[in-house]
Design a protein around this ligand. Sequence first.
Ligand SMILES: *Cc1c(COP(=O)(O)O)cnc(C)c1O
Length: 350
Amino acid sequence: MGVLARYASLLPVTDATPNVNLEEGSTPLVLLSRLGERLGIKLWGKLEGCNPSGSFKDRGMVLAVAKALEDGAKALICASTGNTSASASAYAAASGVPCFVLLPAGKVALGKLAQALMYGATVIAVKGNFDKALELARLAAEQKGCAIVNSVNPYRLLAQRTGAWEICEQLSDAPDWHVIPVGNAGNISAYWAGYTEYKRLGKASKLPRMMGFQAEGASPLVTGKPCPAPETVATAIRIGNPVSAQLAKAAVAESGGEFNSVTDGEILSAQRLLAALGGVFAEPASCAPLAGLIKLKSQARLPEGITVTMVLTGNGLKDPDTAMSQVGRPVEIGDTLDELLRVIEGSAVK
Ligand SMILES: *Cc1c(COP(=O)(O)O)cnc(C)c1O
């Protein structure tokens, strides 16, 4: 069951809302025990890469597209660092409506570009960064009457609350800390709104501290001012002027949380650690929170034994280039058993 059907009573869904659905949501919450032991916490990973287009964007996109169709939209438009375009293109394809996606030229991970093109969207590479592409998309949407499905679209954030609701159901309560990467700052805001809503409804007994992590080269919420030339290997959070900055600041302030930044090197090493100790392959942006937890631990700022939920926002397969740039190549052999046995004997397994 997709999130619109599963959470119909908590979302602005009516009889007139088309039943858009790719079975998004209901993603696994996995106990990352080896990583948790190292950090001295109970660490849970919310595997948002298991969504139909491979990122959490599907949770909000399904409602944004359903409402756009309900309102009679003839086309969708969005600017994207990659995953929004992949998600919008997927739901547009499933709904039979055209989709225009604006991407910062040369700054989108290969898998995401392949997705938008495969789903049949009109893909437009803008010679400028994400913030510029969003500005153009907003202007074009106004002039051409396309529905804009960026997170400036309020339905996106409303339906992204479902991630927090699922976590409360999976853990039977809210966690102590909720750690999450922050780009445009919509998701951290939506999770906070989701947790507070479940607390209000008596479905959670407490509220988590919201801990947002940005890449050092794109950290406007840490420095307190927009970043005119954002740069990071974590392209999904390469954003200098977050649309939901005010909501995110409120979420962090109300929850007693923090914004922190991590370097690209720390992000990539966390990505390898998550894969090698957790068995989970997530894209670089998703790994900023793990890098942050490691950093907080080294500063003795990570309380012992707490329950932490970490949103692994996107699938590692989306950015194969970045992954391959950090790992070795396969061991090549001929086709004999001898050669194979030599490799095995030369490894740690004797
Ligand atoms: C969009 C995205 C983010 C950032 O989410 P915001 O809501 O923009 O803060 C983080 N990770 C991935 C993989 C994303 O696609």
